[in-house]
Ligand binder design. Structure first.
Ligand code: ZN
Length: 173
């Protein structure tokens, strides 16, 4: 299987539209619950961000409760992607995400090259930082995104981490 991040972004836009999202921060938790997926928070080991599986027809998402709330939002969106895009795969076995090491440039772990992970990150990025709202925010604020404080302000508005925002703006998710 070859990664298709554009298909993943399209799927995220469809989810936003279905839910009628009109602004940011995107209510990822409510979106997940509306889709009848059980969302659970539990203290997990530091390098585990989350997991997704389908058990007896019930969709389940687990998120590491010990991580920063903004990181939890990204994990929840990433796991939602697996439900939307990869249901057959997560039916066979529990899908466990060990961090999002794609964020570390020199890391060649499976997170960065596994097609499922590339798609899930593209979906999460589009879901939490929709292109349309990102453009509006950039136009309205006049923020300087070359500047760390500008990125941080933008990240706060969308309730994502500064590194997720940096990746989004660089077009790497
Ligand atoms: Zn994953």
């Amino acid at each position: 299987m070859k990664a298709n991040p554009e298909r993943a972004r399209e799927a995220a836009r469809a989810v936003l539209q279905d839910f009628g999202v009109k602004g940011v921060p995107v209510p990822v938790e409510r979106i997940i619950k509306t889709r009848n997926i059980v969302l659970q928070y539990a203290p997990l080991e530091e390098d585990l961000s989350g997991m997704a599986y389908i058990k007896d027809g019930v969709g389940i998402i687990g998120v590491n409760a010990l991580h920063h709330p903004n990181r939890q939002r990204f994990s929840a969106a990433h796991e939602l992607a697996h439900h939307v895009l990869h249901a057959p795969e997560i039916q066979k076995s529990v899908h466990i995400d060990k961090g999002f090491r794609v964020l570390l440039r020199d890391d060649v772990s499976s997170q960065g090259i596994d097609p499922l992970e590339i798609e899930a990150n593209a979906f999460a990025s589009e879901l939490l930082m929709p292109q349309e709202f990102l453009m509006d925010a950039l136009d309205a604020s006049g923020l300087d995104i070359e500047d760390d404080s500008g990125i941080e302000a933008l990240a706060r508005k969308f309730r994502v981490s500064a590194s997720a925002m940096r990746y989004r703006l660089a077009g790497r998710f």
